[in-house]
Design a protein around this ligand. Structure first.
Ligand code: PLP
Length: 347
């Protein structure tokens, strides 16, 4: 039996491990706190008869709410089944060009996977000394630019001014900024969409909104870019968002107060953990996300990763950044247990 000839060449993305026994899971940047309690009420009152029908293929109610909150028009919003799907469709819509797509050497590891899937040429741009994205090195001819801001797994964020400068130079091909972690303390480039028609911002409800379980992501850009995305989506799957997920997402987007409180708390825990880790002999990269990339100075990162795993704490170890491990920010109690366990291991 033969599969399509392309299949042999694919190297799929490997998501963070899903543990089958009870562990403290700090490996995929999920939010440790629940989403807005308004969702609980919504689910209790949900009329299951509604499930007979297909959902709205244009997800118009959710788009309207996102547009209102982010101060753009509904036609500037595109919704997908997780931002992974939005990204997958965006790669196909914008980056199949003769010139290479530019991305940092270390960034969300799904980007090169999409490139291989669609045969997109790409060039990686090395990070600077302290793992910062190097936008200056992106001043070369290209068929598009993509990076996560804040970047993953480093947590480094680029300022609004730097993004503005980049867009002043690159106005022909699409510049895609993946703002999955933007709500944890850095500046969104969304206001620049009015000025730059080639800027596409992608965001997700999986992290700041505590909704990784429903799979909703969205893109904001000029109506021209959004129309392109819709064309590709409607050539692939007309109904990516189910009825219940749309309703849940609406409640989450509307509850701005809860979102801010939740994110501020995560930021507070992150900064506290950063100090505690430095005190026990770690190098901690400054992070504007709900995770931190850290280096134990007196033991190898891999050993620390394995030992913590044996104690029931799951972090993320990357083969391409061997000296570091990534910690997703968990609850206060989880972080205290993490620090105590690290102290025990180092004893
Ligand atoms: C930078 C970045 N973009 C996108 C995603 C995918 O998020 P989603 O759950 O919306 O598919 C992730 C997930 O970890 C991520 O780190």
């Amino acid at each position: 039996m033969r599969m399509s000839y392309k299949i042999n060449k694919l190297h799929p993305y490997t998501p963070g491990e899903q543990p089958y026994k009870k562990m403290i899971k700090l490996n995929t940047n999920e939010n440790p706190y629940p989403p807005t309690p308004k969702i609980n009420k919504l689910l209790k009152n949900f009329n299951y008869y509604k499930l007979r029908l297909y959902p709205d293929p244009t997800t118009s109610k959710l788009r309207k709410i996102i547009a209102k909150v982010y101060n753009v028009k509904s036609e500037q919003i595109f919704i997908g089944n997780g931002s992974d799907e939005v990204l997958a469709l965006a790669f196909m819509t914008f980056f199949c060009q003769k010139l290479p797509l530019l991305m940092p050497t270390i960034t969300y590891s799904f980007y090169p996977v999409y490139c291989k899937l669609y045969n997109i040429r790409y060039k990686t741009i090395p990070l600077q000394n302290k793992f910062e994205i190097n936008l200056k090195k992106m001043n070369i001819s290209n068929g598009g630019i993509i990076f996560a801001n804040p970047n993953t797994p480093t947590g480094h964020a680029i300022s609004y001014i730097e993004v503005n400068k980049l867009l002043d130079i690159h106005n022909e091909y699409v510049v895609l900024i993946d703002e999955a972690y933007i709500k944890f303390g850095s500046e969104s480039a969304i206001p620049l969409i009015k000025k730059y028609k080639n800027l596409l911002i992608v965001n997700t409800l999986s992290k700041a909104y505590s909704l990784a379980g429903i799979r909703i992501g969205f893109a904001i850009g000029s109506t021209y870019l959004i129309k392109g995305l819709e064309k590709v989506k409607n050539s692939f799957n007309s109904y990516p968002i189910d009825v219940i997920s749309e309703l849940i997402a609406i409640e989450a987007i509307k509850d701005i107060k809860y979102l801010k409180k939740n994110c501020n708390y995560i930021i507070y825990i992150r900064e506290t953990l950063s100090k505690q880790l430095k005190d026990v002999g770690f190098t901690v990269l400054p992070s504007k996300a709900n995770f931190m990339l850290v280096k134990p100075n007196n033991i190898s990162a891999k050993t620390m990763f394995i030992k913590l795993r044996n104690h029931g704490i799951l972090l993320r170890y990357f083969n391409n950044i061997k000296k570091y491990i990534r910690i997703s920010i968990g609850t206060i109690q989880q972080m205290n247990y993490l620090i105590e366990t690290i102290k025990y291991i180092l004893k």
